[in-house]
Design a protein around this ligand. Sequence first.
Ligand code: AGV
Ligand code: CA
Length: 336
Amino acid sequence: MKTARKKLIIFSFVWCMLITHTVYTGVIIDHDGGVDDVISAVLQLQYWKEKVRAITIVPGDCYGYPAAWVMTQLKNTLCANHTFPIGLSSHEGTNCFPAEWREDAWHIARLPFWKNFIDENESSVDHVLSAHEILTTVLRNADEPMTILMTGPCTNIAQVVREHPELRHKIARMYMMGGALYVPGNVQEQGHDGSAEWNIYNNPTAFHDLLCSGVPLTLVTLDATCHIPIRKEFIATLANAACTNTTCQLVCDCLQIIMPFIENGQYYFWDTLASAALINPAIITTKKVKISVVTHGESMGSIVEDANGYEVDVAVGADLALFEQTVLDILVHHAL
Ligand code: AGV
Ligand code: CA
């Protein structure tokens, strides 16, 4: 009884917290098809439902075709009552992601999970349009500024703000997973000093263009994501719910793909933290910092403090307990 009451109090508290947050007019998700990207998109769809207005993909940490196919199936599975366009670009960036990581997009597409939901008429990606076209149309038609979640290289959005500067005012804020400010990066390539994070290293010029655009930016860096390991106990809670909850089942199946990386501590909830922070900003601690990006040389893609740079809200910390509670609350209790 005592435990049930405690659970109810925590549940009500988290709910109040969630619903008192700014209710965005619309959310656009731009991602690069990895396991973490798919989980972070699931979280948005489950929470915002019809407020998700578009999903666009950049072939960074994925191959475009399977990533677009997975998004099509995800829409069919989780969004019975609404629809949105899916876009894909062909820009692989300046520094391509390792093929081994990009293969994960195929592993997600081959999950037996989809067999239960596949709609034969919608199982191709013929209807997928160009990411640039989708982004410009959705932003142009938006009545009020939208929020963008970016969990891959910022190639697609950078192109939009570069070619259509007037659309900058249609973006209220961008949440991007990327960068490492006061902690080491995660790029381990020959000739690189290891100070950069992959999403920015993939296309540093695009990130420079994004900074110049002046769009309000919350940067969820490795400084924050290093506090969010994927814990065994957390997976166990999800797995428990997966017996009766399709969304949790999908998330568990996706996590299985990267289990060896989770077990040796190499995989974090990078994108899922950015996604959860967009819904509940209290999860991250931010600091306003003027930054610039190194576009050449051995530190290519690293972000640095720079008095002449551009001010962004850098996430420098994250609350693991609040993150897990928020994600479970959405995936387990907010079931469709
Ligand atoms: O740098 C983190 C970004 C996130 O957007 N990605 C993974 C997340 O989607 C690149 C990355 C770093 N280490 C990786 C990555 C790994 N071990 N496997 C796959 N991707
Ligand atoms: Ca990603």
